[in-house]
Unconditional design. Structure first.
Length: 231
């Protein structure tokens, strides 16, 4: 079927005008029918053929032109962007902030941070990226990609802010600091990884759990990252 999406320059100009013509023709038909109804003798049988003709032309035009309009009859699009990435300057409200510099990216959710000369291993709160370095375990699907994305956001020596969370533990069973992590551009690293499909949420409580859950749902629905590659 011909649509405006094909290479038809004349139709590109004409078809958008046809619904207007059809609507006007139908309106003329209705007006003429009403006018004739007031003019004629009620006792005289009468069919207002001009009004019927105008109304019919208008209706037929609207019906015929509808399939030519791109997207006509399509269901509403649900292809919305994932939840917006939170900026980090608000994160200090959920706990306390410390400033440091990236010393080393271990994997997608673990980073060594130099804070006042002390190297601290930070496990990013609320997310879990596929394993790449776990002893005795194989490299998981999309793990290297998650690590590469973290390295791109957190180049060696770049300034970062680590943020405790009053609703979360401060360390995990391995002794790593559990922290939210933001870049010098105030970007929340954890939510970026979630929104782009490099990470999944964890079940441990923290202040951003609801926000992170919505972000993961959007990434999953759109098949971003591991949700499309590792299904």
């Amino acid at each position: 079927m011909l649509t405006l999406e094909e290479d038809t320059p004349m139709l590109d100009m004409i078809v958008p005008m046809l619904p207007i013509f059809g609507g006007l023709a139908a309106l003329v038909g209705l007006v003429m029918a009403g006018y004739n109804g007031t003019r004629r003798d009620p006792a005289e049988p009468h069919v207002p053929w001009p009004a019927v003709l105008w109304f019919g032309v208008g209706g037929a035009t609207l019906i015929l032109v509808a399939p030519l309009i791109p997207g006509a009859g399509d269901p509403p699009s649900t292809d919305e962007d994932p939840a917006p990435v939170a900026v980090g300057h608000d994160l200090c409200e959920v706990g306390s902030c410390e400033h440091g510099a990236v010393d080393r990216v271990i994997d997608g959710d673990t980073v060594d941070v130099d804070i006042n000369g002390e190297i601290r291993r930070v496990r990013v709160l609320g997310i879990d990226t596929p394993e790449t370095k776990k002893p005795g375990e194989p490299v998981e699907c999309f793990g290297p990609e998650a690590t590469a994305r973290a390295e791109a956001m957190l180049p060696l020596g770049s300034p970062v802010t680590v943020v405790t969370d009053d609703q979360a533990d401060t360390t995990d069973k391995y002794g790593r600091d559990l922290r939210h992590l933001t870049t010098d551009e105030d970007t929340n690293v954890g939510q970026v990884l979630l929104s782009e499909g490099y990470a999944a949420i964890t079940t441990f409580p923290h202040s951003l759990a609801d926000q992170y859950g919505a972000t993961e749902d959007a990434a999953r629905d759109h098949g971003h990252g591991l949700w499309g590659a590792c299904a």
